[in-house]
Design a protein around this ligand. Sequence first.
Ligand SMILES: Nc1ncnc2c1ncn2[C@@H]1O[C@H](COP(=O)(O)OP(=O)(O)OP(=O)(O)O)[C@@H](O)[C@H]1O
Ligand code: SF4
Ligand SMILES: [Mg+2]
Length: 363
Amino acid sequence: MSTVDEAKHGDDTVAFGSRRQRSRTEASQSDDLGFDASAPLLVVEDLRVEFHTREGVAHAVNGASFTVGHGETLGILGESGSGKSVTAQAVMGILDSPPAKVGGGKVLLRGVDLLALPEESRRLVRSNRVAMVFQDALSALNPVFTVGYQLGELFRIHRGVTRQEAKTEAVSMLDLVGIPGAAQRVSDYPHQFSGGMRQRVMIAMALALDPDVLIADEPTTALDVTVQAQIMKLLADVQAERNMGMILITHDMGVVADVADKICVMYAGRIVERADVHSVYGNPAHPYTKALLESIPRIDHKGQQLASIEGLPPNLTKLPEGCSFHPRCRFRRDRCTTDDPPLYDIGGSRQSACHYYEEVLAT
Ligand SMILES: Nc1ncnc2c1ncn2[C@@H]1O[C@H](COP(=O)(O)OP(=O)(O)OP(=O)(O)O)[C@@H](O)[C@H]1O
Ligand code: SF4
Ligand SMILES: [Mg+2]
């Protein structure tokens, strides 16, 4: 067991090695929810989320299943509207309901189904065990308070530490996420930080209470390419150091290649391919994954036209008959317009929701 693990599940909870004492307040209350240290970290089973709209019912997440272990990073890929954020929000328990409605499934954190917990317990889980980094750091931070105050409040509210202790914790978190001169910057306001630095602050806030699982939803989309790489490296480093489970959501296949261990590709609310990262990038088993890969710019294809996926994502209230990707699929046959493919087990712990995955693999 790692130092972090020992700390988290030991009796008197010293989190982050010897760096920070954890009070037996909320952290221990969340331990009382029945988490089983021997159960898998996160198991999502057949998750369903729907939105009741004027146009009809949109099945935004339609039977998603995946697992995330300690020290493991799951990349969730898919174009806009495919259900990535709704999946993350359902795991976090932050869906606006209504209009969203969880239609079924389980979100098992160390064996406890979070979907079955009352809201007060979910709040404890959110503060102590599952944290999230959002795309837009500026709007997630409060402009009228210093970053030190905002970070410190987390420790004061959730750990019951004094104001001075909270400030010390805030400085050490800013230091951890690579903000130079943390002791001075702790007194600055969000607008005094660059976009990349603000995202580091958001990561510090997400890590502050030492979560088991970190969900990063498009954490680098608003940043330029160099800063994107730095933030991805930071996320990978802190994840490895703390042996956390991480879910990394993006529509950009280039972003997760170096960081993820395994990938779920979503299309129209469904997982259409699930595999380890090397299989997905080396030889995709679903035409949609293949098309996503072909749309990544490559230096050795300079001067050639960039491939794009023809057509538009479907309206989730009116999914096409058969395979929902069929109107855009170059592997399509007649059967695809009537026969909805299940997520076929294709060997090697891989799954593909394509009737013709063998042909896709061979192409
Ligand atoms: N408030 C809402 N009301 C109605 N439908 C919604 C609402 N929020 C999300 N949806 C539906 O859920 C679908 C999935 O949305 P989600 O935000 O998960 O997409 P995404 O994959 O994260 O896309 P993006 O890459 O643009 O962030 C949308 O296509 C939309 O149909
Ligand atoms: S089932 Fe048919 S339409 Fe769907 S992805 Fe496979 S080949 Fe394409
Ligand atoms: Mg999203």
